[in-house]
Design a protein around this ligand. Structure first.
Ligand code: PGA
Length: 244
């Protein structure tokens, strides 16, 4: 794993944006795996600013998001469909037809999961997957204990994840109980992974990712097995005494 250390969240976001933008600019066709949550907001902000300034072209980009809640309408502000439109897709020239998120409203969620993996494969796989990391080591909605062999699947959200995401909703009862997430195997199939982390609350997770054991109780540890992972972290998220 290549670790790039930066001073703070803003610098992490700038470096991540430069990383993604250079990939987009230097390819004729690229499949990006995208994430939601607080961490990539700065990345998306700088991608949008770059688009406005430098007109980086996204018409050849196909995107696949990691996850989506079950049972939230796509137009509901807390859905990840809405988040992605609001924070990125509405502000760059990516084609609507090239944008993909799991469908948490399908009649058969199992079918939706299988279709998602099939679609990723048919499009040639993901070139660069952007990831955040949960304090408990989750990637996507793959919580501790998830088998490293999982494909896209439905998950029952843990109470701690529902609590962590509660701030976006009026109250805990409104936080969905289930989500669809790309599985750990689906994530590992990406040719490259770019993981971002910022803040002291992520320091234990980053410590375990870099220096802990491979363990399904800490899902992100699977990345130790991936041949092409870049991690951009700020100094606060390295504050657990990691030596790199
Ligand atoms: P965050 O979430 O970016 O909101 O901290 C990261 C994650 O849970 O994967």
């Amino acid at each position: 794993m290549e670790v790039i250390t930066v001073t703070d969240y803003n610098e992490m976001s700038i470096q991540a944006a430069e990383y993604i933008i250079s990939k987009v600019r230097s390819s004729n066709s690229i499949n990006l795996g995208l994430a939601t949550g607080g961490t990539p907001l700065g990345l998306y902000k700088y991608m949008v600013l770059d688009f406005q300034k430098n007109t980086t072209d996204y018409r050849h980009v196909i995107s696949f998001n990691l996850d989506e809640y079950v049972g939230l309408s796509e137009v509901y502000p807390n859905s990840y469909h809405y988040y992605m439109k609001e924070n990125l897709f509405n502000h760059i020239n990516i084609l609507d037809s090239n944008v993909h998120l799991p469908n948490g409203n399908g009649a058969s969620l199992q079918k939706e999961c299988a279709l998602y993996d099939k679609l990723i494969k048919e499009c040639g796989g993901i070139d660069v997957q952007v990831l955040g990391i949960g304090q408990n080591g989750h990637i996507g909605f793959n919580e501790p204990g998830t088998s490293f062999g999982t494909k896209t699947h439905v998950v029952k959200l843990t109470e701690s994840t529902r609590q962590a995401n509660k701030h976006n909703f009026d109250n805990l009862d409104e936080v969905p109980t289930h989500a669809i997430t790309m599985g750990i195997q689906s994530i590992m199939n990406s040719r490259e992974i770019l993981l971002l982390a910022s803040g002291t609350e992520k320091s234990t997770a980053i410590y375990k990712l870099l220096q802990g054991d491979l363990n399904e109780q800490f899902p992100a540890s699977v990345l130790q097995l991936h041949p092409n992972v870049t991690i951009i972290v700020d100094e606060q998220s390295l504050s657990s005494g990691i030596s790199i």
